[in-house]
Design a protein. Structure first.
Length: 170
């Protein structure tokens, strides 16, 4: 949500689209923030990539730029204790891995050896950080037949990215 839009609505019930009990979220810089029941409604249509980011990607000879995910960063995403960015598969907008890369992540043997490295271009567009994507099963509850959903996770060096982004915003 654009900061100026916040003044237009006095309560959740006033948000357009009948977003009762929902609200938009922005970057959570405070590590101690408790996030409860948040539903994120992304802007429609999706905004274009910032020109600086496009230039940076072209400088790295990247092609086929696609939006992978657009989500707010929740408290667990910026927590020093969780040490990862979660990307639920049901929120992935465009497939960004080849079939072989995806299969390698799914079949990762858990020995701690990463199956691939990717580069995350930080919001400043000035720094690239090596990350190791993983696929995690997330089970809802303890029952044997509990629902399982999956998410991509970027963990290695994630806290450094968060710390650098927060300190640059201050």
């Amino acid at each position: 949500m654009i900061e100026d839009d916040a003044d237009k609505y006095s309560s959740c019930e006033d948000f357009p689209g009948n977003l009762s009990k929902r609200f938009f979220s922005t970057f959570v810089a405070d590590y101690n923030t408790k996030v409860e029941d948040i539903t994120y409604v992304p802007p429609n249509p999706t905004p274009d990539l910032h020109a600086n980011f496009k230039e940076r990607m072209q400088g790295l000879n990247c092609s086929d730029l696609v939006l992978v995910i657009q989500k707010p960063l929740f408290a667990t995403d910026v927590s020093k204790n969780h040490y990862r960015l979660s990307m639920p598969l049901n929120q992935i907008k465009n497939q960004f891995l080849s079939r072989n890369e995806n299969d390698a992540l799914i079949n990762q043997n858990g020995d701690g050896v990463p199956v691939m490295e990717v580069f995350l271009i930080e919001p400043s567009c000035q720094k690239e950080t090596k990350m190791n994507p993983k696929i995690w099963p997330m089970q809802k509850g303890q029952k044997r037949n509990a629902k399982v959903s999956y998410m991509y996770s970027l963990g290695k060096h994630w806290n450094e990215v968060v710390s650098g982004t927060v300190s640059r915003k201050e």
